[in-house]
Every structure is written in C-alpha cells, then in structure tokens.
Design a protein. Structure first.
Length: 130
C-alpha cells in the first residue's frame, strides 16, 4: 500500500492559490475619482440608498445659471456609516446639504463624498470618531 504525503503539496497549492487570487480580492476604492481635486456642491437630497457595498446619495444641484443637474454621491459602506451613527434615515428626500468630495475622472456629475455639512451648519460624521 502506497502512502501519499499530501501535506506539503496541499500547503504549496493553498499558498499559490492565495497569491494568484489576491488581485480578485482587491477593492476598487476611489479609482474612478480624481483624488487630489475636491468638488463642493450644495443640493437637495432626492434619494438615499443605505446599501452595500457603498451607500448612495442622489441630489438635485442648481448650476450657476439656475438649471437643475442630477448628481450622485458615493459614501463608504453602511457598516462603517452605522458605526458613525448613521441609519437609513440619516439623509431624507428634501434635505439640503453641502457635499464635498472627489469628482469623477470622467467629468460625470458624481463624487466620492468626504464631507457633508447639513443646512444648519453641522458636519455629519462619515466615520467613527469624526
């Protein structure tokens, strides 16, 4: 009867699998956004989706001519926002706020939100400890 020594082979296979699958686990983060350039808009919330992997805020923003533009803002995960005190009711349709963040590289009216200031001047924390 032949004995198989699969221990070292199994370990080597697992290590190689982890090494080559690492890019699959990578997260896109803010790759679609111009990280060095902050954009600030004031708008009215039309919808707030407290969903994974990133919460989304939909806004109506008036441009310099008074025309209404539809904007979208992306936030971190609901899990992280929850630890900062957020719920699915933190932003509601009709809320007016100032949103700052990184604009889309494509020029689309979307941003990765890094700061929110409510109409009363209070900053809404985006992470625990803010």
């Amino acid at each position: 009867m032949r004995k198989y020594r699969s221990g070292p082979r199994l370990i080597a296979s697992l290590v190689l699998t982890l090494i080559f699958s690492a890019p699959l686990w990578a997260h896109h983060g803010t790759a679609a956004y111009e990280a060095g350039k902050t954009v600030t808009v004031q708008g009215t919330v039309t919808d707030f989706e407290f969903i994974n992997p990133h919460a989304l805020v939909f806004l109506e923003v008036k441009d310099e001519k008074g025309n209404v533009e539809k904007w979208q803002g992306e936030l971190t995960s609901p899990n992280r926002l929850s630890r900062a005190g957020w719920t699915r009711h933190t932003l509601k349709p009709g809320d007016v706020a100032t949103f700052s963040g990184f604009g889309a590289k494509s020029g689309a009216p979307t941003l990765w939100i890094t700061k929110i200031v409510a109409a009363d001047g209070q900053e809404i924390p985006l992470a625990p400890g803010d």
